[in-house]
Design a protein around this ligand. Structure first.
Ligand code: ZN
Length: 398
């Protein structure tokens, strides 16, 4: 078995990882590790890896989790992360609401909640978000386990604790540190689509893919060789503002013809539907059920979907030509597109130069992927901070 360590360790190069980082990351990726797995992966002696796992156990970072299948001798002990080591909070901020998601150290979702709260860059807003977050964590009985890091996902370009630009929130070069101060935690800011991409990297273990976030706005995240591509200025994956139709519909960013006005929620709902649930319920009910008002609505839903899928097909072909990777449809619209995947794939192939393009799939985390990704970053950052070193001088192969 030749195990490869994936790159979900946020912002960390292979060279800088300690054995403790590597072991914990392996558990995140494969569900568990055994001492023989570590011997094989890191090319170390059983004595050395046993020393590492013992230290991690003593620090209550890992715990035994049953027996793995035997590879000849005695079945080895599985080690898993101690789920109660810390609980991590992810906060997803949009222009109209805030989502909280609490995750244990094995990345199981403990609880999630939404709060309707229009965004404003103000002390009052940060104080309200922090208070609601603390109430939420307290209600789960997790206050004493809460991680020092809190992941905060925003629809904008981020750099450290600054949002350098967000059209949708109307921000330019603003500091989010006050939110951390109100929370009493170190915040890790992340772009919402990148957070969604990280969620999918974790759940699917795909090493190369494009995550297309189809929500209130459109965004994207590109994962290459297991690492999130961030770009020189943290702007990688701004798929929403790639030109799809020259001189086409006006985009909120100020340009015309961007992907966003063709594939955002409003492109589907227009003024005809209140929510995605309503639109897809009408469509799924079929063309006529004896109710003329329904029939009219159905026609509107059918036409909106037809137009939407046409533009989606064009974009998917462009992305497929560019990266030749699977494309994951996420965001709030992604889960609703699941029944249309055969048609979406057919459309993309029809437009493509190639008959065997990488598949287009829907996201595996249907509820709050950005909040999930924000919480996940706190788990991986905690792991990145571990400095448990071996007692002897034998160093693991990188
Ligand atoms: Zn735009």
């Amino acid at each position: 078995m030749n195990l490869q360590i994936n790159g979900i360790n946020w912002g960390m190069s292979y060279e800088n990882r300690t054995p403790a980082n590597k072991i914990c990351n392996m558990i995140l990726l494969y569900g568990y590790v055994t001492n023989p797995m570590l011997v094989e992966t890191f090319n170390l002696t059983l004595q050395t890896v046993t020393c590492y796992t013992q230290q991690l156990r003593q620090n209550q970072i890992i715990v035994p989790g049953g027996k793995a299948p035997s590879t000849g001798g005695k079945p080895p002990t599985k080690y898993i992360l101690n789920k109660d080591y810390t609980h991590s909070l992810g906060i997803d901020i949009t222009d109209h609401n805030v989502t909280f998601l609490l995750m244990d150290f094995m990345c199981n979702v403990v609880a999630q909640d939404e709060l309707q709260l229009p965004f404003s860059y103000s002390k009052e807003y940060f104080a309200q978000v922090a208070k609601s977050a603390k109430d939420f964590v307290k209600a789960q009985g997790s206050l004493d386990k809460l991680n020092n890091y809190v992941g905060v996902s925003v629809p904008g370009i981020v750099s450290g604790n600054f949002v350098t630009r967000s059209h949708i929130l109307g921000l330019s070069d603003v500091d989010f540190s006050p939110l951390g101060e109100y929370l009493g935690a170190k915040i890790i800011l992340v772009n919402d689509s990148n957070a969604g991409a990280l969620s999918e990297a974790f759940t699917t273990k795909e090493r190369n893919f494009i995550y297309l976030s189809l929500s209130h706005t459109v965004g994207g995240g590109i994962v290459a060789s297991g690492f999130l591509m961030q770009g020189k200025n943290n702007r990688s994956g701004e798929i929403g503002h790639v030109t799809l139709v020259p001189y086409g519909r006006s985009c909120y960013c100020g340009k015309d013809g961007c992907v966003d006005p063709y594939l955002c929620e409003q492109a589907l709902l227009k003024n005809d539907f209140e929510s995605l649930e309503e639109l897809f319920n009408v469509f799924n009910a079929g063309p006529y059920n004896g109710d003329l008002a329904h029939s009219e609505k159905f026609q509107k839903a059918e036409q909106a979907l037809k137009t939407y899928l046409k533009y989606l097909g064009m974009l998917l072909d462009n992305l497929s030509m560019l990266c030749d990777t699977p494309i994951i449809l996420g965001g709030s619209i992604g889960p609703f597109l699941k029944p249309f995947l055969p048609e979406i794939n057919k459309r993309a192939v029809k437009r493509s130069l190639f008959a065997d393009i990488a598949p287009i799939a829907s996201g595996s985390i249907e509820k709050h992927p950005s909040a999930f990704g924000a919480a996940l970053i706190c788990v991986t950052q905690t792991i990145a901070d571990f400095q448990v070193e071996p007692e002897n001088n034998e160093k693991p192969a990188s």
